[in-house]
Design a protein around this ligand. Structure first.
Ligand code: URA
Length: 193
């Protein structure tokens, strides 16, 4: 039987595949609309996400919502998820084993949604999805890999530590909005293969 996002959600909520399941309050499945085919992928839930069971509802979420609105996206019209669905203690970066064991859920989400565009938020998602290292060289660009389009930008939480990035993420998401408009109108866009 084919699975759908509700099945993935249920599987995430009851998952015990890694140690993070022992320290979490709630697992945090992806949320949002899938019809537009635009998926934003962050790193892992933080404290507020862990408490509420929803992605990007804390300080980083506020920055993401602000940048989405600035760029002309409605937060309700996109799908938002994370590479890892449970909060790593003290908000440390998830390790390889955690990323690998949680990967089945992200893979299923993407198989079901078949995104037109995946927006990578920050280094962890960049590394996990595209094997990337330095995000600064790739941010603001569209990358095509195995037939899938990706757009790369900084992680919203990075703005908490570096206010100069606040406008960077806004401008990147505005550029992404323009790119999606062009794709819709059949206008050629620059793609890095
Ligand atoms: N940071 C993330 O990467 N994801 C969240 O859901 C919240 C903060």
């Amino acid at each position: 039987m084919e699975s759908n996002l509700d099945d993935v959600r249920k599987d995430v909520i009851s998952c015990t595949r890694c140690e993070l399941s022992k320290s979490r309050t709630n697992a945090v499945p992806g949320t949002g609309q899938i019809e537009t085919g635009i998926v934003f992928i962050g790193e892992a839930p933080g404290r507020n996400e862990d408490l509420q069971g929803e992605p990007f509802v804390g300080a980083a979420g506020k920055i993401l919502s602000e940048a989405l609105a600035y760029a002309g996206f409605s937060r309700e019209d996109v799908y938002i998820t994370n590479v890892v669905k449970c909060r790593p203690p003290d908000n440390r970066r998830p390790n390889k084993q955690e990323i690998d064991s949680c990967g089945i859920y992200l893979k299923k989400e993407l198989e079901i949604i078949k995104p037109k565009m995946i927006c990578i938020l920050g280094n962890t998602a960049f590394g996990s999805l595209l094997g990337g290292g330095e995000i600064t060289k790739n941010r603001g660009k569209v990358i095509k890999r195995d037939g899938q389009l990706y757009f790369v930008t900084v992680h919203p939480a990075a703005i908490i530590y570096n206010q100069e990035l606040r406008q960077v993420i806004k401008d990147d998401l505005k550029a992404l909005h323009d790119i999606l408009d062009k794709i819709k109108k059949g206008i050629k866009i620059e793609i890095n293969e």
